[in-house]
Design a binder for this molecule. Structure first.
Ligand code: PLP
Length: 424
């Protein structure tokens, strides 16, 4: 395993031009990166060079999908090429065979790295394809009964509501939605809106940690604490969260948490995670059972062992986590927040713009959704592209969702602010 990894890392370096990192010498690179002054724009220019994004074009749609860094791409592609060439040399029984079927292998090392990011033991973590799988593994795995109430917000993504609606129809559960304030600038107002809908029949509270359309960072710790007092199962939709804001599942106190790391952690498409609190995991059945469906030692593996998948993708997933750790969580997340605040500060000044996201410091991060007087969301998106080659994303009829990430710069945000300002 170590040799295989070493080989792949070396071959990855051959295909990369990495002025910033040498992954054969990660500790030294990390030291150098830590010595750089936070806030130094030339540091972030170096980071930008780690992406294949074209010069002169600006990607502002990370909320949909994160671009893959060169390092991650390279490790993933090298892995696939290597095993395409060396298939005949693989000793299935005693060598890396099971690893190459990916869905039969426990991937402990990657799960440990993810556990370090979200503060959980690796056995509480399952690797999934994405957030949608996470929601379904929990929803379908819980023993829900007729009359049980399942509570969402009215601002869910399909990957946050559909399992609960299906269960209501299939099992006779009662599906409810709490109406969120918009814009949401008071955490208590959000908590109150949710518990207003709770009754003694509520079995599940399933809410986003970050709301997809508006980027509102929800007061999830308070929601989970109150739910726990009432014996209600909490599951958080963190599709938009890992790599975007700090996620500490123990501190949050949720029963389950799922995420798509191909968004803010910039992992390759198809890199998801599901965490289930060890206190409740025995109550969750495997939805796609295979050999390990009754494994009591490693519940995470029990829930994720779902047959043959793409091991190259897992190599890319692992590489994306290494890339994240090399830059460092505080610096990465801090930069996203800095750029988000920079954008909001600019548009707050404009009378013809209305911000639909939160401007509360604890409820806002890298997504800002706004409307510009007189223009629909799709028109605004088109204008941004035609004038400056900027690519945010329209949502609904009237809004533009503008995501910022570590590969963006203040200059790019200034370009967007100029376009908006000219529309006054
Ligand atoms: C809040 C939220 N939940 C779930 C999803 C679904 O994610 P995926 O398609 O990766 O499963 C998204 C995707 O944008 C989202 O924003």
């Amino acid at each position: 395993m170590a040799n295989r990894r070493e080989f792949l890392q070396k071959s990855a370096l051959g295909a990369l031009s990495l002025p910033l990192f040498s992954f054969n010498d990660v500790p030294r690179s990390i030291q150098e990166l830590k010595l750089a002054q936070p806030g130094m724009e030339n540091y972030w220019q170096m980071v930008r060079k780690q992406f294949a994004l074209k010069e002169g074009q600006t990607y502002f749609n990370n909320g949909t999908m994160g671009p893959t860094p060169n390092y991650t791409l390279s490790r993933m592609m090298n892995h696939m090429t290597h095993y395409a060439k060396h298939a005949a040399e693989v000793d299935y029984k005693n060598g890396s065979g099971p690893e190459l079927l990916s869905g039969y292998f426990p991937c402990k090392e990657l799960r440990k790295k993810l556990g370090a990011i979200i503060n959980a033991d690796y056995r509480s973590i399952s690797l999934t394809q994405n957030a949608t799988f996470g929601m379904n593994y929990v929803g379908m795995g819980l023993d829900l009964k007729k009359g049980d109430e399942l509570l969402n917000t009215n601002q869910e993504h399909g990957g946050g509501f559909a399992a609960w609606q299906l269960l209501a129809k299939r099992k006779g559960c009662v599906y409810k939605q709490a109406t969120m304030p918009t814009p949401a600038n008071d955490p208590q107002e959000v908590v109150d809106a949710i518990f207003k809908e709770v009754t003694n029949k509520t079995r599940v509270i399933a809410v986003p940690h970050i709301i997809s359309a508006y980027g509102v960072v929800m007061p999830v710790k308070e929601i989970c604490a109150e739910a726990r007092k009432r014996g209600i199962f909490t599951i958080l939709d963190g599709a938009q969260c890992i790599g975007h804001v700090k996620v500490d599942v123990k501190e949050i106190g949720c029963d389950a948490y799922y995420s798509s790391l191909h968004k803010w952690l910039l992992a390759p498409a198809g890199s998801g995670l599901l965490y289930i609190n060890p206190d409740v995991v025995e109550n969750i059945w495997a939805t796609i059972p295979s050999y390990n469906w009754e494994n009591k030692e490693d519940h995470g593996f029990r829930l994720m062992q779902n047959g043959t998948g793409n091991p190259g993708l897992l190599e890319g997933y692992d590489a994306a986590v290494d890339f994240y750790n090399t830059i460092g969580e505080d610096r990465w997340i801090g930069r996203i927040k800095e750029l988000g605040d920079y954008l909001r500060a600019g548009i707050k000044e404009m009378d013809h713009v209305k911000i639909h996201s939160s401007i509360h410091p604890d409820m806002s991060a890298g997504i800002t959704t706004y409307a510009v007087n007189g223009l629909s969301g799709p028109e605004l998106q088109k204008t941004m592209w035609e004038k400056e080659r900027l690519q945010p994303r329209s949502v609904g009829e009237d809004l533009l969702r503008h995501s910022v990430h570590i590969y963006n710069s203040k200059e790019e945000i200034d370009k967007a602010l100029n376009v908006i300002s000219e529309l006054a």
